[in-house]
Design a protein around this ligand. Structure first.
Ligand code: ATP
Ligand code: MG
Length: 414
């Protein structure tokens, strides 16, 4: 037998229990984001390449080596989104959403990065995303963090995940810290990985984020940001932590935490677990006040986060399988054709149901049992003649005859 085409490396075909988990993560996010009054938004899967190049930064891993970039048939350079934030900010500018600030947005969907596939790391993966555009208040940062915390709790993984929090300060703070980091790393030049040597000139903060074991001791010994915090930046951070404490969200300080993207200012955070090996960050984000300007828009403060759906899905318990309320078991040709109409009627009345139409009575009942449904609706010629069906409670074996007119109500438990 020919195997046929295979899926592309780093992509996934998700089915069964894995799909149930995935869907449970999305459904929980959708429920929780409504509690916080975040509006749903949809944006394209691809954008002009410059949308990402200008905002995420040419020196980041994403732009320098992870993007899926291609010329379209008209010769324009397009890129499959490697994250949501840049596209949402582009939409904010091009759709005139400025009039709605502060804008609280939520979305989810596939994102694409050319990375080395491994457990919890794919080339097409999926993110949940939440952003507040147009607020410079620390309360916006707090709201996003409390939302993230509630999401993780409602997914049942709050206990095993910790919030690591840092501030990257304002421009003044960042420049001073950057200079101190360059001095530190320069003095360890000989021991740094090749990647980090090239980061030293272009993007020294990123060395702190290096996963190379060679770099880790040097990065861990690097100066933290606190010494360089301007009073305004320190005050902003104090407001964020006070808000988290007021909301009862636990956090730990990590004064060397940086984010992979260039645009972060002030708040930066990651929710991390030890349960996923090297791919332990499940949700990450921060404040990105400079991004919209880098896209050519007016100075606009904003803050947001993204979470890996696959990584969250790996951590949650298997959700209860969606079970039909009933399975129709028609016996004989006449019943079979009547069952088609009855099935449509029941579904229109809001009863989740399926039909067993293969094999003998025994096979059909076995299918009804396996479905996990509460009821089997047995339809034979005698029942049809009387305008009835035999409804069997699969758990107990109890059976009664029910008029077809009242069937939907019985099956819905009313
Ligand atoms: P990492 O350090 O793991 O590469 P990142 O800093 O590149 O993560 P972000 O850009 O912050 O990740 O993306 C937000 C979240 O998306 C991550 O915290 C993670 O849960 C998830 N994520 C990132 N890259 C991948 C991937 N290749 N496959 C699956 N999930 C991913
Ligand atoms: Mg990455």
């Amino acid at each position: 037998m020919s195997k046929g085409p295979q899926r592309i490396r780093g992509t996934q075909d998700i089915w069964g229990e894995e799909a149930d988990r995935f869907q449970a993560v999305v459904a929980t996010f959708d429920r929780v984001r409504r509690l916080y009054a975040f509006g749903r938004v949809e944006v394209p899967v691809f954008e002009a390449t410059e949308v990402f190049a200008r905002s995420i930064g040419e020196t980041t891993d994403i732009v320098s080596k992870e993007m899926y970039t291609f010329p379209d048939r008209g010769g324009d350079s397009l890129t499959l989104r490697p994250e949501f934030t840049a596209g949402l900010c582009r939409a904010y500018l091009s759709e005139g959403w400025q009039q709605h600030v502060p804008l609280k947005l939520a979305t989810h969907g596939p994102v694409f990065r050319y990375e080395r596939p491994q457990k919890g790391r794919f080339r097409q993966f999926h993110q949940l995303d939440a952003e507040i555009i147009g607020s410079d208040s620390a309360l916006a940062d707090v709201e996003l963090l409390v939302l993230a915390d509630q999401l993780l709790r409602e997914l049942g993984i709050g206990e095993g995940v910790r919030l690591e929090l840092n501030t990257l300060g304002d421009a003044e703070t960042r420049d001073a810290w950057r200079a101190a980091l360059v001095r530190h790393f320069e003095s360890h030049r000989a021991d740094l990985s090749e990647d980090s040597l090239s980061r030293l000139d272009r993007n020294p903060l990123r060395i702190l984020d290096s996963k190379d074991p060679k770099d880790r001791p040097i990065a861990d010994a690097a100066p933290g940001i606190d010494e360089y915090l301007s009073p305004a930046a320190a005050d902003f951070f104090a407001q964020v932590t006070a808000g988290l404490d007021a909301a009862g969200v636990a956090w730990t300080r990590n004064s060397r935490l940086v984010r992979g993207l260039d645009y972060y200012r002030h708040t930066a955070f990651e929710f991390v677990t030890d349960r996923l090996g090297a791919q332990g960050t499940v949700l990450a984000g921060g404040r990105y006040d400079g991004l919209i300007e880098s896209l050519g828009g007016p100075a606009t403060p904003a803050v947001g986060w993204a979470a890996g759906i696959e990584r969250l899905a790996m951590l949650i318990d298997v959700p209860g399988r969606a079970r039909p309320d009933a399975v129709l078991v028609p016996l004989g040709e006449r019943a079979e054709s009547a069952a088609v109409g009855l099935l449509a009627e029941l579904r229109r009345a809001g009863v989740a149901c399926d039909m067993a139409f293969k094999g003998n009575m025994k096979k059909r009942m076995a299918k009804a049992d396996a479905s996990g449904a509460r009821f089997a609706v047995i339809l034979g010629d005698d029942e049809l003649d009387r305008g009835e069906a035999a409804v069997k409670v699969l758990g107990t074996g109890d059976q009664e005859h029910v008029k077809l007119a009242g069937l939907a109500g019985t099956l819905r438990g009313r």
